[in-house]
Design a protein around this ligand. Sequence first.
Ligand code: OXD
Ligand code: MN
Length: 586
Amino acid sequence: MHADFNCWVEECAALTQPDRIHLCDGSEEENQRLIEQMLDDKTLFALNQRHYPGCYLHRSHPNDVARVEHLTFICSEKRDDAGPTNNWMDPREAKAKVGELFGGCMRGRTMYVLPYMMGPPGSPLSKVGVQITDSPYVVASTRIMTRMGRVALEQLERDSVFIPGLHSIGQLDPHRRYILHFPEERLIWSFGSGYGGNALLGKKCFALRIASVMARDEGWMAEHMLILELEDPYGETVYFAAAFPSACGKTNLAMLVSPLEHEGYRVRTIGDDIAWMYIGEDGRLWAINPEAGFFGVVPGTSMKTNPNALISAKSNSLYTNVAISDDGLPWWEGHDDPPYEPLTDWKGRRPWSGEETAAHPNSRFTAPAKNCPSMSPRWQDPQGVPISGIIFGGRRIRTVPLVFESFNWQHGTFLGAAMASRTTNAAMGMTGVLRHDPMSMLPFCGYHMGDYWRHWLEMGRRLPNPPVIFHVNWFRQDADGNYLWPGFGENIRALIWMLGRIKRRAEAKETPIGYVPTLHSLHLEGLDIKPEVISQLLHVSPEEWHEELPDIEEFFKKIGSRVPSELWNELTSLRERLEHFRSMYP
Ligand code: OXD
Ligand code: MN
């Protein structure tokens, strides 16, 4: 094995002083041993093995249930390179401060060394990471979420490059919790949390924050996007990549069950959270899913909303912070069954009092992608899949229509840059407030947001055949606060329209914000929805859009001088188009 690997392990061991070091091979036997150990020390509880074979419940520390954006830092050499949307710490200061916390933190513990691969085996796009951790739960989760162990070690033998990550749960003390990224060194340090997004370093830390920096430097893209395949009645398939902020239905859209399957419209899954995208020799954008599993939000998941997710998590999966019945059945808010009695809530209190939710609102399942019935046969294609459409979306109760198409890549980049959404439970903090979340990368872009937008524009210039960029909003409400759109499987209607636009056969109306479907261009057969509701869903109000402008302007000003002039020009053009429209239809 390459010396760097040994150096990295020795360096971490010298710092953290573990009692034992275990190099993980990812085998079934190893996993079984770890599970048994966690059952013994009550880190895990077995679910009902008849109904949920190989499934276990983990209860996290109640203060450690979500990503901690305020404790997540980009430690670039220069503060300005992290930009105004990231917390910054000087790399030397970070190493000193958090190095002290790591000092001796694994005494009495086992240090696990996890070689893992992001991306399918044999793909020129795949990359290796080596995570050091003292959490067996993180080992078991990483084994589901990545290709861990032998396959990664083999890759390391061929090509010694890897992204190192050091993780310790420390004392799970929120005052001693830091998620640090060193973009120049391509290094990750995470201390004091066991929660997925903070502790499974391959996911947000490597595949988004560090990879976004690598992508900028090397001319590709690392995006917070699902990837899905849409098949039409002629047997043609197209691929979409879609960015939504955390907990806005990405997993549901990626696993959509088509109500129009009898007509030949069908969705298959490539990935539900992250896309790595490259310019292919054919001038198109190609994407791989770097992950091998799903780390999905549980509440609200049911046979009605996402049967494929339920089936994925029926075996060999971990559940974190859900409630459980006496006979080991997991339960959460939005479950198909009424609450089991008695129920033990996510904090382990039995019976559940009903005062708080039984499952934590950000409770999660960690499930192998290969369990998912909707996986496309191409989900592990080493070349990836060619992307025809990129979709941006968020939770907007007003203003933003169900679906619309940008005028071109630059305008689409502007739509992504300007997008805003109501916050959810995926991160600690206030939920339900409107915040800008450009390209849904606000918490995940490892460098200056203005430079990131420049990179998007640059990619567009280099793409002879760029994907068409769309924007969707499933969450528009009427004046009484009722959702106008049924969502879930019916979202395929928007996908079909987008496919029609890509194939240049669907009609659209040009509006100041982009191309919006005409009433009759949406495929609505079989859907019980009134034409006036569709009109409301598609309505573009110049007044409402006008109200957005100061907000976008303020946000761009906050990003500062690195905002590309092209995006300022797009804002000016939008203003002019809205004013022109108002003068024509006063
Ligand atoms: C996630 C997130 O867990 O975006 O995927 O928070
Ligand atoms: Mn995510």
